[in-house]
Design a protein around this ligand. Structure first.
Ligand SMILES: NC(=O)c1ccc[n+]([C@@H]2O[C@H](COP(=O)([O-])OP(=O)(O)OC[C@H]3O[C@@H](n4cnc5c(N)ncnc54)[C@H](OP(=O)(O)O)[C@@H]3O)[C@@H](O)[C@H]2O)c1
Length: 267
């Protein structure tokens, strides 16, 4: 049967992409398809919901039940639902990958650290392998270039996206701040349009655009005297997040309790 996986948020865009992409992973079996208790998808076949052949797996709201026979869970739902999902995984001892973004208001670092004492936990606001490598390149560039190279982040997403700046933009900024020994709370400047005055040394600003069906675009610009380095990523298909998440979930299912990041799975 291989690794038994539960998808939480199965009725959403990412949940359906995960269901479709899981077929590319013969070593993985979907054993749970979880939606909200109010979901219109309850009782439907998860495969049909995702636009593929029936899987014989009904969409359910019974997460605790699904976790009883699972090796790993993937959460791509809503931030306000994630604390309950984390608690259910902690209670059942099931490794959990949280891909849901915008967590900070609902689930703090202390909650995540506490749960990671009991289960393998990977929180990733971007599970694409390309963005995982981009983050490492940003870390390297921020550490190598002199501080006079200012860092600014530009991101574009589809019109339905709820959070801004994107979780990925924040992650990239934190990687740059971290590499320069700056505290993210002080370094992250937020949107430039909301701030007046000249640029403060070391701060990282964001430019955000929302519209159309853009899956995700990120550029990290290092603006120096007389030259500019731009490190960027373009997502054209949601399946890259699903493929990266399923690759990471297979890996996570084998790990002992602890806190992990996407970069841990890069070879
Ligand atoms: N990590 C990454 O690489 C990555 C990539 C893309 C998106 N994301 C993030 O993933 C999340 C989902 O994105 P999306 O585009 O799929 O959004 P979406 O289409 O709005 O899907 C979210 C789904 O969660 C379901 N849901 C709500 N409460 C739930 C609960 N208590 N239990 C289970 N399911 C619940 C909702 O459907 P029902 O009410 O029908 O269940 C909804 O369809 C967002 O936070 C997004 O930013 C992450």
């Amino acid at each position: 049967m291989g690794t038994r996986a539960v998808i939480i948020g199965v009725a959403g865009r990412m949940g359906r992409a995960l269901t479709r992409t899981a077929a590319e992973f013969p070593q993985l079996t979907l054993t749970g398809a979880i939606a909200s208790p109010e979901s219109a998808a309850l009782g439907r076949d998860a495969g049909e919901l995702a636009g593929i052949a029936p899987l014989g797996l009904a969409v359910s709201a019974d997460l605790a039940g699904a976790l009883q026979a699972a090796d790993v869970a993937l959460d791509f739902s809503l931030p306000e639902a994630c604390a309950a999902h984390l608690e259910a995984c902690r209670a059942s001892g099931t490794p959990l990958l949280i891909g849901t973004t915008g967590l900070t208001e609902t689930l703090g670092e202390a909650d995540l650290a506490q749960a990671a004492q009991h289960i393998a936990l990977l929180v990733a606001s971007n599970t694409s392998l390309g963005v995982t490598l981009l983050t490492e390149l940003v870390r390297q560039a921020a550490a190598s270039l002199p501080l006079e190279f200012d860092v600014e982040i530009f991101e574009t997403h589809h019109r339905m996206k709820r959070d801004a700046p994107s979780g990925t933009a924040l992650m990239l900024a934190r990687a740059a701040a971290d590499a320069r020994g700056l505290a993210p709370t002080e370094a992250l400047a937020g949107a430039r349009s909301a701030r007046g005055g000249p640029r403060r040394a070391g701060e990282i600003g964001f430019a955000v655009a929302r519209g159309g069906d853009v899956v995700g675009e990120h550029d990290v610009r290092f603006l120096g005297p007389g030259e500019q380095l731009v490190l960027g990523h373009r997502a054209t298909d949601r399946s890259i997040f699903a493929r990266g998440a399923l690759t990471a979930a297979l890996w996570l299912a084998q790990q002992p309790a602890g806190r992990y990041e996407m970069r841990d799975i890069l070879v």
